[in-house]
Design a protein around this ligand. Structure first.
Ligand code: DGL
Length: 237
């Protein structure tokens, strides 16, 4: 069994591709909605929350954990968990880029992801020279609360108006944000990179494609899961 971890809904968007890449694995998905959003919480508190969720994965004997959360990838100490194989969504998102080194890259992410600076560091290491980040502090929370799209659009457009240049490409550096990818595309009309089609092949061959969800079974979640995962799932109570 492999693990997929996000603070809530965002990582669900990765599941179709992950399941295609790992047909012989079962998956335990943790969407930690009782603690979401992570992105503007106290960092030490989030680090403890991450440890607790890793303990849950360990209790299932899981070694491979796909961190489908940029905020987690910004805070976790990858070297400290040598009993686990942690898959880093920030590196994988950057590896997809197909753009010149002088392109203007605008990254939208949570406050913590922007402030921890992993995107900026990794992109600088690869030689990208024009990297800008913009924190959208409230977006993940709004999406978790299933706020009306009109209101989300209003919030986003007000944030976009504070940015004085047009990027060549955008990166959605939060796995929740592709839920409203069309709003980013509509406003900027430039290519958008996100995390919904990344390659995460593991060596785990001990299952047959079952998907277990450790998250709330509310009607909103069920509707969302039907839309994005499109298949029967099993809830852990
Ligand atoms: N989906 C998460 C990310 O990729 C974080 C959203 C949140 O909990 O703030 O950063």
């Amino acid at each position: 069994m492999i693990g997929v971890y996000d603070s809530g809904l965002g990582g669900l968007l990765e599941l179709n591709k992950i399941r295609k890449d790992n047909p012989q694995s079962d998956i335990l998905y943790i969407g930690d909605q009782k603690n979401a959003p992570y992105g503007n919480k106290d960092r030490e508190e989030v680090k403890k929350i991450i440890e607790n969720n890793f303990a849950i994965f360990r209790s299932f004997g899981i070694k491979d954990i796909i961190l489908a959360c940029n905020t987690v990838c910004s805070l976790v100490d990858f070297k400290r968990h040598d009993d686990l194989i942690l898959y880093d969504i920030i590196k994988a998102t950057i590896d997809q880029l197909d753009v010149s080194l002088d392109a203007k890259i605008l990254i939208f992410a949570t406050k913590t992801t922007c402030e921890m600076g992993r995107y900026q560091k990794e992109l600088a290491l690869k030689g990208y020279q024009n990297v800008y980040v913009k924190a959208l502090d409230e977006l993940a929370g709004k999406l978790e609360r299933f706020e009306d799209e009109g209101k989300i659009k209003e919030y986003l457009y007000a944030e976009f108006k504070t940015i004085s240049f047009k990027p060549d490409i955008m990166i959605l550096g939060c796995t929740h944000f592709p839920i409203v990818k069309h709003l980013f595309e509509e406003y900027y009309q430039v290519p958008v990179y996100d995390s919904t089609a990344l390659d995460f092949k593991t060596d785990d061959l001990k299952g047959n494609g079952r998907l277990y969800l450790l998250m709330d079974k509310s009607l909103n979640n069920l509707t969302f899961i039907n839309k994005y995962v499109c298949e029967k799932v099993i809830f852990y109570e």
